[in-house]
Design a binder for this molecule. Structure first.
Ligand code: G3P
Length: 215
């Protein structure tokens, strides 16, 4: 499973990249607002740090506006993927982007039916928001399982990008279910390396190392 970092913060992205585990980056307007830089500047900076798919989201909600913004975003760097909301106008734009060879990440997916339509339109990635479904007392990971099954049934090439990941269990379940990608906040990436037995074992090894004769 590929791991993307879900962030607009260049410091966080550099930190995750230096760990050697990052295959790409996803951003959204909320994350970029926190970063406090114009979208084009922030995305260009991110593309210099990570050599992989970098999702940059449009804010237009009509087909022509989405196409206009998306075509500008892909001029920033060859790795830019246009993130498009899962609305009728978004799907119309995805169809055109697909014909033009522009990669898309269809975002704000909350149902298997939406995911099936995005795949039909030719989306490169579908982003189901698992944490936000859990927040409404639903089961976000159940949605991932349904989409993976549907895409396998019909050999869709759209990749399932598990988004709105809130904790390590989401990450492990996504991998068990065969999701192609999980996009994680830096906090979750850091949680993944942690295990109390690693810390206890390391402490013991370092103490014992002091007892090894030096000559
Ligand atoms: O990039 C979209 C997604 O990952 C948002 O996550 O935590 O705001 O629901 P969250």
């Amino acid at each position: 499973m590929k791991i993307f970092i879900d962030s607009g913060d260049i410091g966080e992205i550099r930190e995750a990249q230096s760990m050697g585990v990052i295959d790409g980056v996803t951003t959204n307007p909320s994350l970029l607002a926190k970063a406090g830089k114009p979208t084009k500047v922030a995305i260009a900076e991110i593309c210099e740090v990570v050599d992989g798919p970098i999702s940059a989201e449009v804010v237009a909600i009509d087909k022509d506006g989405i196409l206009r913004e998306g075509r500008e975003l892909v001029k920033i760097h060859k790795n830019v993927v246009v993130k498009v909301p899962l609305i009728d106008e978004g799907l119309k734009a995805v169809r055109v982007f697909t014909q033009e060879g522009i990669k898309t990440n269809v975002t704000l997916c909350f149902s298997p039916a939406q995911a099936l339509l995005a795949a039909k339109a030719g989306a490169t990635y579908i982003s189901p928001f698992v944490g936000r479904i859990d927040d409404t007392a639903g089961d976000g990971m159940d949605l991932i399982s349904q989409i993976v099954t549907i895409y396998k049934n019909y050999n869709f090439t759209t990749e399932v990008l598990t988004a709105s990941v809130r904790h390590p269990v989401h990450f492990v379940q996504a991998a068990m279910m065969g999701a192609h990608v999980a996009t994680l906040p830096l906090k979750v990436i850091k949680q993944l390396t942690k295990h109390p037995l690693t810390d206890i074992g390391l402490k013991q090894f370092l103490e014992d190392a002091k007892k090894i004769p030096q000559s």
